[in-house]
Design a protein around this ligand. Structure first.
Ligand code: ACO
Length: 385
């Protein structure tokens, strides 16, 4: 018999849930994704209603604390957020030291890691401390995104403006101007739609890290890594690259035939949970159309519509929220590489809400695997010392 028997729990686990498809791993009270009705609720409220009526700051407090804030509570948080936007000198220096070719997601990941190292209370996982840290990261991320986009264009960083709300200041610090209200509004809608989405890959990564009793900054740093990939948050960038590759509306059909014939994925389409369409798309689509009209880009809208119709006719697969956000962020003036970091700035709300929920009712997340490597064998003599 084997000298070191394989532990029986691992040896006898027969069912593999590849990709954890269809597996529920815990309860959550933060959001509900219902694929049958294409609906998404944040703490019970339909995301469309929140997008129509609320600020990002209100939605953040709702996701963290469970209820929409009173006017006083909101005002306190707004003041805190406005006071927390300045980057520490060592965060700025670290970003300056990175090559201009570094992907902005790598810059974000590095900056968050340094913010964590700067916090003398990083390892205090109490609910109050974790809420404070979540709010600090929320205030800092737009400054990181803006700082990096500007440095890549050789532009001096802009100091935050405490007379501006979160969205206005985010746009101002990146673009150097406060855009018209309809642009601010489309941006606000996109951030609310991006803020939270149950146990998606990056949120699950944050919960796995939290489950080991590691700190919230480690969880967010890991989540940023998970969001970077093209199958998750990175898709919004790929959408813009796709439009660039296609070139002109008359080339959509040929490009699509070729892409599908080669079994390549069309980014911004399909979803693990929603099989009849993404609950967030109608709201983001409306915001995107407003933007493409505002910036007079009928060509982009035509490509958007043709690709969507072509995909539907050929595969039945519908767009996910990354499809309309790509073109909207593009015309607003964001670099393509900055799209996923914007997603980070919004999703940090959901990640940190999940870190707090995981911490409050923790169990180490450690699944099993079924071994299918070589049988037990002895190290050959030629490799022994
Ligand atoms: N383009 C072409 N074909 C697709 C696409 C797509 N975007 N999405 C799914 N399919 C096809 C697959 O090729 C597969 O076909 P097959 O059965 O013939 O092999 C079938 O549909 C099922 O797709 P899977 O990838 O196995 O399903 P899964 O549930 O893992 O997919 C995923 C979900 C990863 C999001 C997938 O739809 C995809 O890769 N989309 C493109 C990337 C993307 O837009 N990601 C953003 C997700 S939303 C977000 O992060 C906000």
């Amino acid at each position: 018999g084997p000298l070191h028997p394989v532990p029986s729990a691992e040896a006898s686990a027969p069912v593999i849930h590849k990709g954890l498809v269809g597996v529920a791993v815990d309860y959550t009270a933060i959001s509900m994704v219902n694929s049958d009705t294409n609906s998404l609720l944040y703490r019970g409220y339909p995301v469309q209603e929140l997008a129509a009526n609320c600020s990002v700051e209100q939605v953040a407090l709702l996701l963290w604390e469970g209820e929409l804030p009173s006017p006083d509570h909101l005002a306190d948080f707004e003041a805190l957020e406005r006071a927390g936007r300045t980057l520490a000198p060592n965060v700025r220096r670290a970003i300056d030291d990175l090559p201009l070719t570094a992907h902005p997601m790598d810059v974000c990941r590095t900056a968050v890691s340094i913010i964590g190292a700067n916090d003398p209370q990083a390892d205090d996982r109490s609910p109050a401390q974790n809420l404070r840290k979540a709010q600090h990261l929320f205030a800092q991320l737009p400054a990181i995104v803006a700082y990096d986009q500007r440095r890549r264009h050789g532009l001096a960083p802009l100091a935050p403006r405490s007379d501006l709300g979160y969205c206005e200041n985010f746009l101002y610090m990146t673009l150097g101007v406060v855009p018209e209200p309809k642009v601010i509004d489309a941006f606000r809608v996109s951030l609310i739609l991006y803020a939270e989405h149950s146990f998606n890959a990056s949120t699950f990564a944050a919960r796995v890290i939290t489950s080991t009793l590691a700190d919230i900054y480690s969880a967010v740093t890991g989540a940023i890594g998970a969001l970077k990939g093209a199958l998750h948050g990175g898709a919004n960038e790929e959408v813009m690259r796709t439009f660039g590759q296609i070139g002109t509306p008359d080339q959509v059909e040929g490009w699509l035939d070729d892409t599908l014939a080669h079994k390549r994925k069309v980014m911004g389409f399909g979803h693990r949970v929603y099989k009849h369409g993404d609950s967030r798309v109608p709201t983001m689509h409306a915001a995107m159309v407003t933007m493409l009209e505002h910036y007079a880009r009928p060509d982009l809208l035509q490509m958007y519509d043709l690709l969507e119709a072509g995909m539907l006719a050929r595969t039945g697969i519908k767009p996910n929220v990354d499809y309309p956000t790509g073109p909207a962020y593009h015309v607003m003036g964001f670099d393509t590489e900055t799209f996923t970091p914007i997603f980070v700035a919004a999703r940090v709300i959901g990640w940190t809400a999940h870190v707090r929920e995981q911490t409050a009712a923790n169990a180490l997340i450690r699944p099993l695997s079924v071994y299918n490597g070589p049988h037990q064998r002895a190290v050959p003599e030629q490799f022994t010392l």
